[in-house]
Structure formats: C-alpha cells, structure tokens
Design a binder for this molecule. Structure first.
Ligand SMILES: Cc1cc2nc3c(=O)[nH]c(=O)nc-3n(C[C@H](O)[C@H](O)[C@H](O)COP(=O)(O)OP(=O)(O)OC[C@H]3O[C@@H](n4cnc5c(N)ncnc54)[C@H](O)[C@@H]3O)c2cc1C
Length: 434
C-alpha cells in the first residue's frame, strides 16, 4: 500500500485474520474495491496462521477446518484447489488410564462397569425430570446427561478449560459445540462404539502449508491491505482511525479485533460502554509446540479432564498432514489454560505428565520445542457477557461500526463462521442483504 499522510476509504477493515480477509474477499467479489484491510502482524491469518520451525510446521495451536455450510465448503475447495484432506476424527478422553472415544457421553461402553452403570442411571433419571429451562451450564449438563457423566467428565473438563465453574456460566454455546446424543443413543453407546457425533466428527485440513494455506489463498484475492499496521486510536464520531501514525478517514468500519481491546482504542467512549467492556472475560491458552524423534501411534487429539494434569488437551499436529513433520517424527500442540509464569518449569511438568500418560516415552528426544500464548483464547460465557456485548455492539452500530469474528463478537466460534460472517457483512455493507 502506498503510504500518504491522510487516506480516505469507504470501508476500513481492522484485522487480517480469516474474518477480516473474508469481508475483504467478499467486497471484492461484489465489485467493491474502496476498502482497506489493516493488520498489525507482518502476515495474514491471525489465529489461523501457521509457523514453520526447521522442518516442522505448526498451527497457532491445532486449527482444523470444521466445514458444514455448503457455501463455506465450496469456497474453501475453490480457494485451496485440491490442497485439502478430509479426516475422520480420532479423538479421546483420557479417563482412569483408558482412552475413551470422544464424545464421552456417547461412548460409555469404554468406561469401567461400575462407572458406566452410574452414568447410565444418571441419564435415565435426567430424562424423567427434564423440564425447566436450565439456569446455568451445570443445570444444562445435568439435564442433558445426568449426574454421572457430569461428575466424571463434563464438570472437571469444563472447569479446567474455562477456568470457571459451570454454575457460573451460561449454556448458549452448547448447541453447536457439545454433542447431545438422545437417551437411546447414549444407551446404545453404553454397549458399543457410537457413530461419529458432533460438529467436528469429520474435518478438513490443507495437505500443504498448514492451516495458514487458507488465509494465504484468501489474501491473494485481497489487494487493498496494509500489513505491519497497528490501529492506535479511533474517533468514531469523526470517522477517523490513527494507524501507524497516519490518519485514515472511513465511512464504514469493520472490527475483528477483540471487543474489549477495540473499545479501549476508541475515543469518547461512554462510561457505561467501558463498564460493559470490563465485564467481558476471557481465558488465555499457553501452547507448548513440540516434536519428538519417533513416530507415535496416531491420534488427532486427547482431552485431559484431571485437575492434576497441567494441560487440558494434547493434539498431534503431524497427524493432520504428512507434510507438517519429517518422516519418523511426531509433532504436538499441548494446551493449557493454567497460569504459567516459568516456561522451563512448565515444560518439565508437561513432559512428566506426557510420560505418565504414555504419550511420549523416556527415550524420546525432543527435537523441536517452543511456546505460544493465545490471549484472548476463549470468551468466557459468564452471566454478564451477553448483555454487556449487546450494549457495546448497539453503541458501535450508531457510528456505522460493525463487529465480526470470534473476538469481535466475543463468542465461542470457529473458522467456518469467520468465512460466513465475512460474506454476510460484505453484503450488509453494500446493502445487498437478502
Ligand atoms: C486454542 C484455539 C483453538 C482453535 N481451534 C480451532 C479449530 O480447530 N478450528 C476452527 O475452525 N477454529 C478454531 N479456533 C477458532 C479460530 O481461531 C477463530 O474462530 C478464527 O481464527 C477467528 O478469526 P478472526 O479473524 O475473527 O480473529 P483473529 O484470527 O484473532 O484475527 C484478528 C486479527 O486482528 C489483528 N489485530 C489485533 N489487534 C490489532 C491492531 N491494534 N491493529 C491491527 N490489527 C490488529 C490480529 O493480529 C489478528 O490477525 C481455535 C481458537 C483457539 C483459541
């Protein structure tokens, strides 16, 4: 981009992750080229980028394409031109030394008999009393799955992931993200392995280039971009953004930056909006990205609900494509929401737990290792989130500012939604919404 002191654009897009790229891509497709996408990094993709370290390619933690919407599937196919593999999920829950296939609630057959019986009794009981609208996530879990499944898996795992008790959370994200087999399916799953359930039962992944291949392909269709450009201040009333010390005038503003951070960059924000932004909480995920000099038997990811295990999930990056790691090696992403201040200590604790859980062996040599911190990672669904978010978004809309994406909308979301939200927003801005 040619840098002059003052710029004028119709649509200013903040953030070059998948959401921002998708807005720009669809504006281009609709013939609207008067936009500018600004991204503070030197690369596109945001969280869906990948990084190469020596012979290894790692995503920013595992990033798998969960595609269901026909348009999203066709768009990704078109962009990646055959550079795509489809996988059947191989995911488990580590439970009392067993690997229980995911989802836990549909695979009770893999549990010790006594626990299986307790879980089944709990589901049957819940099915008899399910009636009122759940007040919180704990009630939702108990109504959907009963006491046993909740106590043994859902409670410890969700408490660990969200760093918040299910009693203190809402359940409005569950419809999409929690597989909800009915009583018959749960009962059948207590006898034999269930059919693949849930939004991630099958997933796609680029054959080459890691997850970043998608953002890179999108960016090739989006010429009006400014990398290494950080948004410093925004005056919504005057329709001005200060970016790398330059003034940019805009008519419409698209924000994909984390909502609380974005509010802080705005000037003359009413107190009530600031207060609302402060109510939006998030978790931070620390990811140890690591590889060993042995081909470990394949899995895609394993959940660890135990509070004494320092990570909540271990994913095998090299299982998504043979092009991510050299033959005879295995690469992992190991995720934790616990507070980590000393990386050396954390590495020791993680290694010990990986050995204990049989994921790596004593003689395995770690041949690649680095840390990444994702913050914000998950928007926490506390009771104040929805009202606070609505308040902020309504205020922003008054100034022709629209938010999108997992962080712009402060929601539990995934890449397919980024693509679709980008498409919708582009149409909305151009008044072409059906
Ligand atoms: C641990 C984890 C695992 C996940 N796994 C999956 C998965 O397997 N599958 C899946 O579909 N989804 C997954 N997701 C969700 C997925 O990452 C997001 O839904 C998606 O990438 C969001 O894209 P986005 O463009 O909205 O946001 P982002 O990718 O965060 O993009 C926002 C962009 O804004 C830029 N930016 C920030 N501040 C400024 C500033 N001041 N000036 C300019 N630019 C700025 C950032 O650098 C970034 O590039 C996962 C998320 C996490 C945290």
């Amino acid at each position: 981009m040619k840098q002059t002191e003052i710029l004028h654009v119709h649509t200013l897009i903040l953030g070059g992750g998948l959401t921002g790229l998708s807005v720009a891509y669809h504006l281009e497709q609709l013939g609207h080229t008067d936009y500018l996408l600004v991204e503070k990094n030197s690369f596109f993709g945001g969280l869906s980028a990948s990084e190469t370290k020596g012979d290894f390619t790692f995503d920013f933690s595992g990033h798998l394409l969960h595609l269901h919407h026909p348009y999203a599937i066709s768009l990704v196919r078109r962009l990646l031109k055959g550079n795509l593999i489809r996988h059947k999920r191989q995911a488990f829950i580590d439970f009392q030394g067993q690997r229980v296939p995911f989802p836990f609630q549909a695979n009770l057959w893999a549990l010790p008999k006594k626990i299986r019986t307790q879980c089944l009794a709990g589901v049957q009981q819940a099915a008899c009393v399910r009636s009122k609208k759940p007040k919180n996530l704990e009630e939702w879990f108990l109504q959907a799955f009963g006491k046993g499944i909740y106590q043994y898996f859902l409670k410890p795992y969700n408490t660990k992931l969200w760093q918040t008790k299910p009693k203190q959370m809402t359940w409005d994200w569950c419809d999409t993200f929690v597989p909800t087999p009915n009583l018959k399916q749960i009962t059948n799953g207590a006898k034999k392995k269930s059919a693949a359930l849930g939004y991630n039962a099958y997933f796609y992944y680029p054959r080459r280039g890691g997850c970043a291949a998608l953002a890179e392909a999108l960016s090739k269709h989006v010429p009006n971009t400014w990398l290494n450009a950080s948004v410093q201040k925004i005056d919504l009333k005057k329709h001005i953004a200060l970016i790398n010390g330059k003034t940019v005038y805009f008519e419409k503003l698209i924000n994909t930056l984390p909502l609380p951070h974005f509010v802080k960059t705005c000037e003359n924000v009413p107190d009530a909006v600031y207060r609302a932004a402060r109510q939006l909480k998030h978790t931070t995920v620390h990811v140890w990205q690591m590889a060993v000099n042995r081909k470990v038997p394949t899995f895609h990811w394993i959940y660890f609900p135990q509070p004494e295990i320092p990570f909540f999930r271990v994913g095998m990056q090299s299982a998504f494509s043979p092009n991510l790691a050299p033959k005879g090696t295995t690469s992992f992403y190991i995720e934790s929401t616990q507070k980590i201040t000393d990386l050396k200590q954390a590495e020791k604790a993680f290694r010990k737990a990986l050995l204990q859980k049989g994921i790596i062996e004593k003689q395995d040599k770690i041949i690649c290792s680095f840390w990444r911190t994702l913050s914000p990672a998950y928007a926490v669904y506390n009771f104040k989130r929805s009202t606070a978010k609505r308040h902020i978004l309504q205020w922003l809309k008054r100034y022709n500012c629209f938010c999108a994406g997992r962080y712009g909308l402060w929601e539990y979301s995934f890449m397919e939604r980024s693509l679709l939200q980008g498409q919708n927003l582009a149409k909305q801005i151009l008044g072409k919404h059906s």
